[in-house]
Design a binder for this molecule. Structure first.
Ligand SMILES: NC(=O)C1=CN([C@@H]2O[C@H](COP(=O)(O)OP(=O)(O)OC[C@H]3O[C@@H](n4cnc5c(N)ncnc54)[C@H](OP(=O)(O)O)[C@@H]3O)[C@@H](O)[C@H]2O)C=CC1
Ligand SMILES: CC(=O)N[C@@H](CCC(=O)OP(=O)(O)O)C(=O)O
Length: 347
């Protein structure tokens, strides 16, 4: 009899849901037993995503058609705002990784301010563990409900948190200039994401008001040991996948960019998925396409006392579904990289 973990993916007809399927069909401990959709319910997954044909997968159903007795583990890849009610209605024995923003902010008042409505499951929020694995591994291992970090917050926090913890940079002068591929906005049709709107240009959005600012500030404040407000400006790029964050920081007195690089090399020396590049090498989004890696470059700035951190991830992998599987592996006691061994696609 199979002892495979019986996994349900809620929102399997979306980009992150499809990426979960792509990765999990090769995970030796997992059997996909339920895939849900809303408008696409009733269809075989291969009709929605032909690249996922050829696997023995259940058809897409609505969430209320799932037989929870046959499920052990849930990935929730639904739009934020819809997820709190869904997770609150699940049998409490189920372990869950939620890819939306619904459980990422510890403070429900901050959530209400940025997401425009009161939190619908504050008791679950108190239980949720923030799943930035490299920073929070012990808590993830013991968690029942993990809030998978956002894509910009993952790319931004991985270089910043170890440096702030060690007092190597100043917390009150952090500027994050970040770019995303269009898949970051999901598969739902939106005018802003039409080919004609994004194909040949770049634009900033959410300027001085993007909802990922409080998520990044939550982690940065904790690492700095004091409340931090930072500058975060996201941009939409004419590419399908990838996040690139250029982070401008002020060095603590007497510190150099080489000190930052050495500290990051040390912080991530045992990590499979975070790599600090040699001095002078700049990471590119192409270097991580399809993989769960974060690559970090560190450069001295021409302005004395300052440095530039460059961080790249694939928004759909380390920024979403790959990190979600990394979290599941920890929660279930599997090797952390299981199912995530893919080399990047390059170029
Ligand atoms: N895209 C990215 O790079 C990242 C996304 N995230 C987060 O992950 C979550 C999923 O994102 P993504 O995959 O991009 O989104 P998509 O819009 O591509 O997919 C959304 C999925 O949810 C389903 N759905 C939509 N509305 C409802 C509803 N009311 N009830 C039940 N199911 C519903 C859709 O079904 P149907 O197709 O049938 O409408 C689809 O399967 C979001 O919360 C997003 O913020 C996090 C990090 C990165
Ligand atoms: C390009 C684009 O639109 N990106 C999304 C972020 C996607 C993501 O990581 O995060 P959430 O789970 O928090 O939605 C945005 O800016 O809202």
């Amino acid at each position: 009899m199979s002892t495979a973990l019986r996994v349900a993916i809620l929102g399997a007809s979306g980009y992150t849901g499809a990426e979960l399927v792509r990765l999990l069909v090769r995970h030796p401990d997992v059997r996909l037993v339920a895939l849900t959709a809303e408008r696409q319910a009733g269809k075989p997954l291969a009709e929605v995503f032909p690249h996922l044909g050829g696997y023995d997968l259940p058809d897409l159903v609505k969430i209320d058609q799932v037989d929870w007795d046959g499920v052990d583990f849930v990935f929730c890849a639904l739009p934020h705002g819809t997820t709190q009610d869904v997770i609150a209605s699940l049998p409490p024995r189920l372990k869950v990784v939620d890819l939306s923003a619904d459980f990422r902010l510890h403070d429900v008042e901050t959530y209400a301010t940025w997401y425009g409505h009161a939190h619908k499951a504050p008791e679950l929020q108190a239980e949720a563990v923030y799943g930035l694995v490299e920073d929070n591994r012990a808590a993830v291992k013991a968690a029942r409900l993990v809030a998978n970090p956002g894509c910009y917050p993952t790319a931004s926090q991985l270089p910043l948190l170890p440096l702030l913890r060690q007092g190597l940079i100043l917390a009150d002068d952090i500027i994050i200039d970040a770019k995303s591929g269009v898949s970051g906005a999901g598969r739902d049709a939106k005018q802003a994401n039409l080919y004609g709107e994004v194909a040949e240009g770049v634009h900033a959005y959410g300027v001085a008001g993007h909802r990922h600012a409080p998520e990044i500030e939550q982690g940065v404040s904790e690492a700095a040991g004091k409340p931090v407000v930072l500058n975060f400006t996201p941009h939409l790029m004419p590419m399908s996948r990838g996040i690139h964050a250029s982070i401008y920081v002020k060095l603590a007195p007497g510190k150099t960019a080489d000190d930052l690089r050495a500290a990051l090399v040390d912080a991530y020396k045992g990590e499979t998925f975070v790599r600090v590049l040699p001095a002078g090498v700049a990471p590119q989004t192409r270097h991580v396409k399809g993989s769960n890696h974060c690559l970090i470059g560190v450069f001295p700035d021409r302005v004395p006392g300052r440095a530039i951190l460059l961080s790249v991830i694939d928004n759909l992998v380390k920024g979403a579904s790959g990190q979600a599987i990394q979290n599941m592996n920890l929660m279930m006691g599997y090797p952390e990289d299981r199912g995530l061994e893919q080399a990047p696609l390059f170029p």
